[in-house]
Design a protein around this ligand. Structure first.
Ligand SMILES: *[C@@H]1O[C@H](CO)[C@@H](O)[C@H](O)[C@H]1NC(C)=O
Ligand SMILES: *[C@@H]1O[C@H](CO)[C@@H](O)[C@H](O)[C@H]1NC(C)=O
Ligand SMILES: *[C@@H]1O[C@H](CO)[C@@H](O)[C@H](O)[C@H]1NC(C)=O
Ligand SMILES: *[C@@H]1O[C@H](CO)[C@@H](O)[C@H](O)[C@H]1NC(C)=O
Ligand SMILES: [Fe+2]
Length: 483
């Protein structure tokens, strides 16, 4: 190869010209005081859990990427009365008369006294990029039609907008988070979900009907845009006291991911390319020590990332590697010890995690020099290091993580215990905007207009806006051509 691209991660600031905009540097604990209300699950007779009408009607419809590059989609759904058909009929908006058929599989599982419905998964492939498709499921009895849009072709300047949601659950606050995500004017096209889905395991005997209700609740988004799944601890469903000793049983039956397309041997770790992003999903709850399958896979995976094709390298993992809340403090430490040197070496842009029910963004820092005798055990500023973002604030019934370690450690740039979602908006190879949106915004963040001017600044900056609810910073990289 005559041309060798090397990547310098440099950080630029953005200047927001906004009336009474207030400049804030890193290291901030938000002063926003959330109105205190207990987080409770929506009752099973809530509108969001309603079953679709009709005999054996497909429910809990959800889609995810089906291959490595974004030309396939896995469509999943559940039928309650009988297996019915696992066929998906689909057609492009541009070619309505040309209907295609794909045949899927059906599976069921038993969890203690619960017997699942018929869970269908169907991979539809060879799709065109950047195209709207309609698809029909439930052929033969009651069929339902949905649609999705495929991503643009993989390439360095393909713009793409990701939503970020974690630890969602099915409370009234979960519903508020999903609604705010749907109403965000920067429309997310795919959700990067950082784990902890239904919280069914908080019910007696892990009442799996709460997996079904979650599927019906989220369908209004998951049927229309792919959700990229990360396994969280609430997906483990390990319950030896009731004879359930197979970890991740409900999760793996209900959610399929395209792990084989990235030469992974397990659905808990895999990668996809989508537009200009390369996304690596890791498992906090599978072994990652040296010689383990996940370790060996990641070691081979990172060198495969071609930053001239996918400049944005994103890692997802449930348990955060940097977290300054008291809850789950240092739980991500063992994975940090194993993988942080690689994240720095391969210049990962951002690591998204959940688990802690709050929002936090780190500085660009690393802590890779310690060798048990040299005493170098503090994080230091490092321009090759990723930004770590915790977005476990989806709104599940366990409530918010209010308590923080004090004083705020230097690695923590911003933290606030409120429910919300985030948007990672990639414009081109050098510019991506990250914004976090708390639910209690009174509609404010939806009305913001940003006037943006890019200028070189020595470090990442964030601006607190006059309406207080929205935080935005720019992650800018310069790709330079070197010999
Ligand atoms: C959930 O949110 C949707 C959309 O805002 C709303 O129509 C619905 O009534 C809400 N349901 C509950 C139980 O809060
Ligand atoms: C879906 O089909 C595509 C094209 O054949 C294939 O590359 C991909 O691995 C399949 N995905 C799954 C999950 O089977
Ligand atoms: C959190 O803080 C509150 C109020 O200071 C305290 O009562 C509670 O014990 C703390 N919880 C934890 C887990 O530290
Ligand atoms: C990349 O996107 C930013 C933000 O939209 C824009 O200012 C910049 O000009 C773009 N760069 C190129 C090379 O198009
Ligand atoms: Fe968790």
């Amino acid at each position: 190869m005559g041309v060798h691209w090397c990547t310098f991660v440099i950080v630029l600031g953005l200047l927001l010209v906004l009336e009474s905009g207030l400049f804030v540097n890193g290291g901030l604990t938000s002063s926003f005081t959330r109105k205190f209300e207990k987080t409770v699950d929506m009752p099973l007779d809530s509108d969001v859990f309603e079953e679709p009408p009709g005999y054996n009607a497909p429910q809990q419809v959800h889609i995810t990427q089906g291959d490595h590059v974004g030309k396939a989609v896995i469509v999943s759904w559940v039928t309650m009365e009988e297996p019915g058909s696992s066929t998906v009929v689909y057609w492009s908006e541009n070619d309505k008369n040309n209907k295609n058929i794909a045949k899927g599989i059906v599976t069921t599982y038993i969890f203690y006294k619960y017997i699942s419905g018929f869970i269908h998964h169907c991979n539809i492939s060879d799709l065109e990029y950047d195209t709207k498709y309609y698809y029909e499921v439930g052929i033969g009895h009651t069929s339902r039609i949905f649609w999705f849009t495929t991503p643009p072709e993989v390439g360095p300047d393909s713009p793409y907008t990701f939503g970020l949601i974690g630890d969602l659950g099915q409370s009234f606050d979960s519903n508020a988070t999903l609604t705010h995500y749907e109403m965000n004017p920067t429309q997310g096209k795919t959700v990067l979900f950082v784990g902890d889905i239904s919280y069914a395991d908080n019910y007696p005997d892990h009442d799996n009907t709460r997996w079904d209700s979650w599927g019906r609740f989220a369908e209004r988004s998951t049927a229309y845009q792919p959700w990229i799944w990360t396994a969280g601890n609430h997906e483990i469903d390990f319950a030896p006291e009731i004879g359930e000793t197979e970890p991740f049983k409900p999760y793996t039956h209900r959610f399929q991911v395209p792990f084989e397309a990235s030469q992974s041997t397990s659905p808990f770790w895999y990668s996809i390319k989508r537009a200009s992003a390369y996304i690596i999903v890791l498992s906090s709850y599978s072994a990652y020590g040296k010689y383990t399958p996940q370790y060996e896979w990641l070691e081979k995976e990172l060198p495969k990332v071609d930053r001239s094709e996918t400049p944005w390298l994103i890692v997802m993992t449930h348990s955060p590697l940097y977290n300054s809340y008291i809850y789950h403090y240092m739980e991500g430490e063992s994975m940090r010890v194993m993988f942080e040197p690689w994240f720095v070496k391969y210049k990962v842009d951002v690591v998204f995690s959940g688990h802690v029910h709050a929002y936090e963004r780190s500085e660009r820092i690393s802590n890779v020099d310690y060798d048990i005798v040299n005493g170098k055990c503090n994080p230091v500023k490092d321009d090759s290091a990723p930004i770590y973002i915790t977005i476990g604030d989806g709104g599940n019934l366990e409530g918010l993580a209010f308590n923080m370690t004090e004083p705020q450690p230097m690695y923590s740039a911003f933290r606030e215990a409120s429910y919300g979602h985030a948007i990672f908006d990639i414009k081109n190879r050098t510019h991506a905007y990250h914004s976090w949106h708390r639910n209690q915004d009174g509609g404010c963040s939806g009305n913001l207009i940003f006037l943006v001017r890019i200028m070189a600044l020595p470090k990442l900056q964030s601006w607190r806006l006059n309406c207080e609810e929205s935080w935005q910073f720019v992650v800018a990289r310069v790709i330079s051509h070197c010999a």
